[in-house]
Design a protein around this ligand. Structure first.
Ligand SMILES: Cc1cc2nc3c(=O)[nH]c(=O)nc-3n(C[C@H](O)[C@H](O)[C@H](O)COP(=O)(O)OP(=O)(O)OC[C@H]3O[C@@H](n4cnc5c(N)ncnc54)[C@H](O)[C@@H]3O)c2cc1C
Length: 473
């Protein structure tokens, strides 16, 4: 017998941020007690937060720009512990462009206590008129003063309409923040999720709304640096090993079977794959019966996000990132690591819109170019050298009001050896890197408790000052 035989073997399926976070939590806290195997179906690590090699340019491009916020304390903590948080650059202001108005800067005060630090920000959004700014302030105050459970049945649009917000104010203000933070539109997303964006992401603490942008491709940051650190902690990482099914015998033996036919025994299994794949893993009848009373996870609706990758012959803006208002394009980014002069690379992000057909993609490109011409004068003189449109139809789950009831929270009482992780499980967050990291910590914590070790908890977030605690219900 080897030492290994005495360790609790945890098989983690899926090496996105959730799987990496679960592996890191177990290995860092109790390396000696666990043998940890992380299985990834693809050749690369990082899941949806990944990159591809553009065949025309040979450059490593992120499928879609990923942005974190100052309130993402669990993601920042994970990157910190792994010595790579320096690869995220922090910005404390955001620039908004609307085709018909001068640019506006959203810059919360660094001195006033939260939530007063936001007091002047709305006033500086020049594309809103006075009446619209008043509307926004009124609803924002109501939002802060209303407890989260009061929002549960409402979509964001319905609640905002009930607060007297006009369609224009919803589209020009609320939807601008919500579509990019939640990956879907006001008419779909729940008001509870919307409240979290504005409370935790802006109002609750200074620095919460800081924007953190990776300075290296995600395939290096997560797919190399983060996973190397996790491997250093003793985790066995195997790529191109797709798990086909979970196995459980009446004797109590459990394991997983890969698509290649390999059977890997386990003491505990953490599934860290997305919602649309989990039902397939539970295929064996006994497992399905064990969780028969639940609604299929595949019922959780997805929302698409499109990255429009553009290479111009000249600089169209020197901004590293900006928010675009009043059109189809929602954000523009200029990643520093993709600038191979004389070509200038930009990425435009569009959430919640599916360009189904090639014709629709052509229209999307045309419209986005027109919008860029309208806000960046030098874009009109530029020539588009190359482009690529990448849509992930399952980019995020859509945080509709009915979805919260389907999102599972580990442990799963029916199967004491199986723990579900992934951004889509019940983390209190929408589909974000932060949610994925929290889910990994939650699942790892359940494994710790299963063998009698002390649970670990996700970081509770930025501390709220006295005024924020008093003003925010
Ligand atoms: C276009 C786009 C833009 C986004 N923008 C942002 C953003 O700006 N900020 C932000 O915070 N979040 C953003 N997100 C969301 C963020 O990427 C996800 O919330 C997060 O990466 C999810 O991590 P995860 O580990 O839960 O799932 P995933 O990243 O999906 O990881 C699951 C892993 O499991 C693997 N897998 C699946 N099935 C199997 C199997 N049978 N066997 C073995 N392995 C399997 C997959 O290959 C994958 O690697 C964006 C997502 C997309 C797609």
């Amino acid at each position: 017998m080897t030492d290994q035989d005495f360790r609790h073997h945890v098989v983690i399926i899926g090496a996105g941020l959730a799987g990496l976070s679960a592996a890191e939590t177990l290995a860092r806290h109790h390396a000696g007690r666990f043998r940890i195997t992380l299985l990834e179906a693809k050749r690369s690590i990082g899941g949806r937060a990944g990159s591809f090699t553009d065949p025309a340019s040979g450059e490593t491009i992120d499928y879609c720009q990923h942005v974190a916020m100052g309130c993402c304390t669990n993601l920042i903590g994970l990157l910190d512990r792994c010595g790579i948080s320096g690869a995220m650059k922090r910005y404390d202001r955001l620039r908004f462009y609307h085709p018909n108005f001068p640019a506006s800067d959203f810059a919360p005060s660094r001195y006033l206590p939260a939530p007063l630090h936001l007091a002047n920000t709305i006033q500086h959004l020049r594309y809103l008129n006075k009446a619209q700014r008043r509307e926004v302030r009124r609803a924002m105050l109501r939002l802060l003063r209303t407890a989260e459970d009061r929002f549960v049945p409402f979509t964001a649009r319905r609640w905002l309409e009930s607060q007297g917000q006009s369609n224009e104010t919803i589209d020009k203000f609320w939807n601008v923040f919500l579509a990019s933070a939640l990956g879907d539109h006001c008419g779909h997303v729940s008001m509870a999720a919307a409240r979290k964006v504005f409370v935790d992401g802006f109002a609750a603490a200074r620095g919460a709304s800081d924007v953190l942008i990776p300075q290296r491709p995600l395939s290096q940051l997560l797919g190399h640096d983060l996973v190397s650190e996790v491997a250093q902690l003793g985790v066995e990482v195997r790529v191109q090993v797709a798990v086909e099914t979970l196995l459980a015998e009446p004797s109590g033996w459990v394991g997983v079977k890969t698509r290649g036919g390999e059977v890997i025994p386990a003491d505990s299994v953490i599934s860290a794959i997305p919602w649309h794949g989990v039902d397939r893993l539970l295929e064996p009848h006994a497992l399905r019966r064990a969780v028969a009373n639940r609604r299929p996870f595949s019922e959780v609706p997805s929302s698409p996000i499109t990255g429009v990758h553009l290479w111009f012959d000249r600089e169209i803006t020197s901004q590293s990132h900006a928010v675009l208002v009043g059109g189809l394009a929602q954000w523009i980014f200029r990643p520093p690591f993709n600038q191979r002069l004389p070509r200038h690379y930009y990425q435009v992000v569009v959430s919640g819109v599916h360009p189904m057909s090639n014709a629709r993609r052509g229209e999307m490109l045309e419209q986005i170019l027109q919008e860029l011409h309208a806000v960046f004068p030098s874009a009109a003189q530029s020539m588009l050298l190359h482009h690529r449109i990448v849509t992930d139809p399952h980019a995020v789950f859509s945080v509709r009001p009915e979805v919260e009831a389907i999102r599972p929270l580990p442990p799963c009482p029916a199967l004491p050896w199986l723990f579900l992780a992934g951004d889509w499980t019940r983390t209190g967050w929408s589909a974000t890197m932060e949610g994925a990291v929290i889910s990994g910590i939650q699942a790892a914590s359940c494994v710790l408790q299963r063998i009698g070790l002390r649970a670990v908890s996700p970081d509770p977030g930025l501390p709220r000052g006295r005024l924020a605690r008093w003003m925010i219900r």
